[in-house]
Design a protein around this ligand. Structure first.
Ligand code: GTP
Ligand code: MG
Length: 304
């Protein structure tokens, strides 16, 4: 399957709901109040957020559809408006090849896909010929370390790990030392999504960052927040929480294949204006795709 086909099939739950819904509403050649109201509701249902849904519907009501307001024409108009909203945040993860090692910290609540995303990113970077090191900073759960090691074996890159319960910040510090010694291009640091309680989690993350800065004040070079699209609007709260703890430099949205609420990405873009580097549309390494505004917007409304 090509990249676009994977994206389309990954977004199919959202696009089926939006695309078919629009098709059912747009039955006349002009958009009436009922159709516009219905489209607004569909957009809210796909989690684009009430404000954005309203603005998109307003734009539709002002549009002059030369060939009549067919479902296709309405979806094209929406896709183009949505792409405009997304363009400012569609930024690939840019790792400076001149800076070695690039240290990338990956954070997020439990189960959002941090470890899997690191595995995918490691595979992508290895395929480009980069030397990658992984640090199993989720020292809270033994299974988390094993999971990262499986990805490390698959991507053919070493994994630094410690026994369960070890100090995550100390591990991160040593991982940087090793990455430097090995001449690694990139170091990805996994973190725990769950500890005894939220306060512990916050403290641990802050400590990891503090200790990394002892190696070099510019570390980490990137802090990626991984969000699970199936949590819908709750993802917005997670951004607030993590932003208050660490300097989040970009977002990765996972599990877009498992939800009809893919529009949450639009709500996130509108609210936080943080770069969205990549999206996950499945569990395999090639299911992580660079985030591209127009193809995502078209995929969302079910246009090929
Ligand atoms: N369908 C789908 N599943 C995904 C995607 N990304 C991750 N997953 C799955 O989500 C589950 C949780 O992923 P993990 O990578 O373990 O999540 P985590 O954030 O590391 O979780 P904790 O370590 O518990 O904090 C796994 O079963 C993954 O295979 C995605 O884009 N699509
Ligand atoms: Mg994990």
């Amino acid at each position: 399957m090509s990249w676009l086909e994977r994206l389309k099939s990954g977004l199919s739950r959202t696009s089926r709901q939006l695309g078919q819904g629009i098709g059912d509403l747009v039955t006349k050649s002009r958009l009436d109040e009922v159709a516009l109201g219905g489209i607004e509701e569909l957009l809210i249902g796909a989690d684009l957020g009430a404000k954005t849904a309203y603005r998109l519907t307003e734009s539709l009501s002002k549009a002059r559809f030369e060939q009549g307001a067919s479902s296709e024409a309405v979806r094209l108009h929406l896709a183009s408006d949505i792409a405009k909203l997304l363009e400012p945040v569609a930024k690939p993860l840019s790792l400076d090849p001149g800076l070695k090692p690039q240290v990338v910290l990956v954070v997020g609540v439990n189960g959002t896909g941090k470890t899997t995303t690191i595995g995918k990113l490691a595979t992508i970077e290895r395929d480009k010929g980069r030397k990658v090191l992984l640090a199993a900073g989720d020292t809270f759960r033994a299974a988390a370390v094993e999971q990262l090691k499986v990805w490390g074996t698959r991507a053919n890159c070493p994994v630094i790990a410690r026994e369960t319960g070890a100090d995550a910040a100390g591990l991160a510090f040593d991982a940087v030392t090793q990455a430097k010694a090995d001449g690694a291009d990139i170091l990805f640091i996994d973190t725990a999504g769950r500890l005894h309680n939220k306060a512990d989690l916050m403290e641990e993350l802050k400590k990891v960052v503090r200790v990394l800065k002892k190696q070099d004040a510019s570390l980490p070079h990137a802090t990626l927040l991984v969000l699970d699209a199936t949590t819908g609007q709750n993802a917005l709260n997670q951004v607030e929480t993590f932003k208050s703890m660490v300097d989040v430099t970009g977002l990765i949205l996972t599990k877009l294949d498992g939800t009809a609420k893919g529009g949450v990405l639009v709500a996130l873009a509108e609210k936080f204006n943080l770069p969205v580097h990549a999206i996950g549309v499945g569990e395999q390494a090639d299911d992580l795709q660079p985030f591209e505004a127009m193809s995502f917007a078209r995929g969302l409304v079910g246009l090929g």
